[in-house]
Design a protein around this ligand. Structure first.
Ligand code: SAM
Length: 293
């Protein structure tokens, strides 16, 4: 159900337009249509007038994380009926793409205003689908707003929880609340959490050395969201693993290099394959499961 409360997290929502803009340079289904419907181009032009821009290489990161998450999902779809809950969906097209499979129940979620807008956009593009749901969920809220007792999810079947581009905007204390909410939902249904969002200072520093454009990584996103995201990363991969373990999760890491041959934005954006390879070598997708599950 869509509520009308406004939270401090709402300032993060316009960053969904920034990533939607980058997806139009890729072959991701509905990427171009969504970017056009929300006029992402004009949002980027307004940023440029304020002397803000995002490096074109961000498209590589956004395309890679979408495809890497999809690849890991497909490795975890061992069940005939599958329930997927995506946090902070923003303008991601995954719900539209995956709900074409009627065996999948897909729940898109985001803050109330964002998810309400998304629902309208999806309706315009594909109409309504019986297996595609939209929920207003602040992923950090306690008590949890996750779909724990809803009639559209089967209690005895596992869920796949997803998020990409959310945790990077949250402080460690806020991330901890998301971990607690995911822990609770996995205790109810079982399943896994797939996310590329456990970014580290080590990784960011390496990325910044790859190209001059990437030195500005996060600047515009920080400015737009009003959040000091440069301070919110984990120190390094050991810190990520320790944090996950302390929150009650086992964690597995998959290299983004696995989707290197699926990256399509380099040609339209004139990015060298070597740059793409160096970037993907730094990125990871993580699969988290409850300890002792
Ligand atoms: C950078 S955008 C990413 C959107 C989408 N995941 C993507 O990759 O295109 C960040 C998203 O996080 C959402 N968001 C911010 N704070 C949130 C919270 N506390 N709970 C749920 N979603 C949140 C915003 O509304 C926005 O859609």
């Amino acid at each position: 159900m869509v509520q009308s409360q406004v939270s401090s997290f709402d300032a993060i929502s316009p960053t969904a337009l920034m990533v939607a803009y980058t997806r139009q340079f890729t072959d991701i289904p509905y990427g171009k249509e969504l970017a056009q419907l929300v006029n992402a181009e004009s949002f980027i032009e307004q940023l440029q007038q304020k002397k803000l821009s995002q490096p074109s290489e961000v498209s590589v990161l956004v395309e890679a994380r979408y495809k890497a998450v999809n690849q890991v999902i497909s490795q975890h779809l061992q069940f005939e009926t599958t329930q997927i809950i995506e946090l902070a969906s923003g303008l991601l097209p995954r719900g539209m793409a995956m709900s074409q499979n009627q065996n999948i129940t897909f729940v898109e979620s985001d803050l109330p205003a964002m998810i309400s807008q998304k629902q309208q956009l999806v309706k315009r593009l594909i109409g309504e689908r019986q297996n595609l749901y939209f929920d207003a969920i602040d992923a950090t809220n306690q008590p949890s707003q996750f779909p724990l007792n809803v009639n559209y999810l089967h209690q005895n079947q596992p869920v796949v929880v997803l998020c990409e581009g959310l945790l990077t905007y949250l402080t460690l204390a806020e991330k901890q609340k998301v971990f607690a909410n995911v822990r609770e939902i996995l205790r109810v249904y079982g399943g896994v959490w797939i996310t590329p969002d456990l970014t580290t200072f080590d990784g960011l520093n390496q990325l910044r050395q790859i190209s001059p454009g990437l030195q500005r990584l996060n600047q515009t996103a920080s400015n737009v969201s009003g959040r000091a995201i440069n301070n919110y990363h984990f120190e390094n991969i050991d810190h990520v693993k320790q944090f996950a373990y302390e929150q009650g999760f086992d964690i597995k890491e998959y290299s983004m290099l696995e989707v290197m041959n699926q990256i399509t934005c380099l040609k339209p954006l004139g990015i060298e394959p070597e740059v793409v390879k160096s970037m993907l070598a730094i990125g990871s997708t993580f699969v988290l499961t409850l300890c002792n599950s």
